[in-house]
Design a protein around this ligand. Sequence first.
Ligand code: SF4
Length: 268
Amino acid sequence: MSSYFRNAMQVFKLLNKSNCKECFKPTCLAFAGSVFKGEKRLDECPYLSADVIMQFKDAPQKIPAIDQGASDIIEHYRKALAEIDLESKAEALGGILADDKLVIKVMGKNVSIDQNGKIFTDIHANQWVIMPLLNYIVQCKDDPISGIWVPFRELPSGRAWQGLFEKQSEELIKKVADTYPGFFQEILELFNGKKVEKHYKSDIALVVYPLPKIPILICYWLAEDGIESDLHLFFDAKTEDYLHINSIYAIGAGLARMFEKLAIKHGF
Ligand code: SF4
């Protein structure tokens, strides 16, 4: 399985640190930075083994833009949705049918979708909401969630996306939680979040529902005795029965951006 780079240091650790310049960079560190930014390929260092180069062959060498490729995926789901009988599937999706539109809760707010995938809502529906929503309607199975929480990396396809997910979701949400004191209260009030029993010895634990069968458990540990605060998201073990890993990642990254905007709006 191919891997990806979470930072330039991870590239640097693979190099022999001789600063020989055969890659036309002044140092191995400069080469590592260029690979991470996508300006150089790993195989431009002649001293890396074929195994290492193969391991990272298909890796995105820098973190892709958050909206990269989303339009094509959305179009694909819109076409698939046109073939679905919304009335018979509404209950399985946790929604209802009204005026020939499926009405479904997204982060606790009603959103309507017609048979062509056109969305009617008061919330700001950017593609990081639209993609998972359409995917959910197309893919969601008619069976209940498991009730078992797992971290992202323990979802069947989670490990390959773990680095991106940490960087684009958990780390950003942790920053908001660290700096914006009203953060968790706002989630409860604005997004219909629910306080739950403190899991994994966390100081704060609450659940949000980006989609009816997609609960996300947010656990936050306060900084204590010189140990940094921490934050992790947990998913139902069956989440990939209802959503592609792309969409699960998009929900996490979308939540992070939405929470960041809230914090900025309040001056943090
Ligand atoms: S060719 Fe490889 S070993 Fe030489 S400077 Fe570049 S990265 Fe370092």
